[in-house]
Design a protein around this ligand. Structure first.
Ligand SMILES: C[S@@+](CC[C@H](N)C(=O)[O-])C[C@H]1O[C@@H](n2cnc3c(N)ncnc32)[C@H](O)[C@@H]1O
Length: 357
């Protein structure tokens, strides 16, 4: 066995083991968030208020012994509060907003679907690391698509129409009058549908190279009765056609593309001379050391598992990564012929950038 000289201090070893145990606890427990969400346990707790395991079992029809074990795990992680004197469990309001209320501006429970897909895709990723080949978005387990949709939809619902679009120069006025908008790398269509609902006089086209995602986007729009001013097409970002667009959106997808410069250059040609690009990218600083924090950790994981392999699977294979940062994105925009890139607004999760031709 390797001997370290000098050996690490026992306190350092203990601290790091503590950290790994914490991570193991989180990794083991992520699936129980899914279990709670799928069985409606968080929702039932939000409705019931403080309750015993028996009351929660009665309200949900789940066997009490299972409920008690699930509650103990949730209490150990701080996801529910436990009152030892009364032996009751409660879902505090902050936890309810994150875990139970799908329409809340901070709902995150279904993001664990993404974690599930990463485990299911482990063998493919090990093979891709070994060979250096890419792995397209379409080749992942379908849970990635729904988990990503839900993870980003929360932010789009909270901010896209109320904060992000108004932070762009003159865009909301044009959307109210009637504008042509393309939404590239659209996934399941969440942002396209929200914009089409908010601006009925404008027309929206959502593009994605993944036919399965486009089929779901069409179904989502139909379910929500948004059909008059919206269309979805299976198309790669670099095959973008049409002209006279007032706005082209790239939401949480530019860094996934093999050829982000080519895609932006193509879209610049499709824009009106005074059109804009809305570029929403994962929040990141310009230097690696600025991103060594919990948000950066989450995004680097997504980048290694999905974004970078997708980029490497396509022509050019630039592999920007999900933590490119504003300066790197500015360079990409400049290479594509855009005259400026401005940070319009930011959230802890996203950078919202405006590109001008
Ligand atoms: C991280 S997901 C984001 C999905 C969606 N924008 C959202 O916010 O929910 C990246 C999306 O980019 C799409 N994509 C990847 N490469 C593409 C390409 N070359 N052209 C168009 N879409 C692409 C994927 O199919 C996937 O839907």
């Amino acid at each position: 066995m390797t001997q370290f000289t000098p050996p690490p201090a026992p306190s350092e070893v203990e601290a790091f083991i503590g950290r790994v145990v914490t991570d193991l606890g989180a990794a083991f427990s992520g699936v129980l968030v899914n279990v709670g969400r799928k069985l409606g346990l968080y929702q039932a707790m939000a409705d019931l208020g403080a309750c015993t395991s028996t009351a929660l079992a009665e309200a949900t029809g789940i066997r009490e012994r299972y409920i008690r074990e699930w509650l103990a795990n949730q209490a150990a992680g701080g996801y529910v509060a436990y009152d030892p004197a009364k032996q009751t469990y409660a879902l505090p309001p902050a936890q309810a907003m994150v875990l139970a209320l799908e329409q809340s501006s901070i709902f995150m429970a279904s993001a664990f679907e993404v974690a599930a897909s990463f485990w299911l895709d482990e063998d493919q990723i090990v093979a891709a690391f070994r060979s250096g080949e890419g792995l397209g978005w379409h080749a992942h387990n379908h849970r990635l698509f729904c988990g990503t949709e839900s993870f980003f939809r929360t932010g789009y619902r909270a901010c896209l129409v109320n904060e992000w679009l108004p932070a762009l120069d003159g865009v909301v006025e044009r959307l109210k009058r009637g504008a042509r908008v393309a939404d590239v790398g659209r996934g399941h269509g969440a942002s396209t549908i929200l914009m089409a609902q908010a601006f009925p006089k404008s027309s929206f086209i959502g593009l994605d190279y993944h036919d399965g995602s486009i089929a779901t986007a069409r179904a989502r729009a139909a379910e929500q009765g948004v059909t008059g001013n919206i269309a979805f097409e299976v198309k790669s970002a670099t095959e973008f056609d049409g002209e006279d667009f007032d706005l082209v959106c790239f939401m949480d997808c530019l860094h996934d593309l093999g050829d982000p410069v080519g895609a932006l250059a193509r879209c610049r040609k499709a824009l009106k001379p005074d059109g804009k690009v809305l570029l929403v990218e994962p929040y990141a600083g310009d230097r690696l050391e600025e991103n060594l924090n919990p948000i950066g950790r989450m995004y680097y994981a997504a980048s290694a598992m999905a974004c970078t392999p997708n980029s490497l699977s396509q022509e050019v294979g630039l592999g920007l990564g999900a933590q490119a940062g504003e300066e790197r994105l500015r360079k990409v925009a400049r290479e594509a012929g855009f005259s400026s890139l401005r940070r319009a607004v930011q959230t802890p999760i996203n950078l919202i950038l405006e590109l001008t031709p």
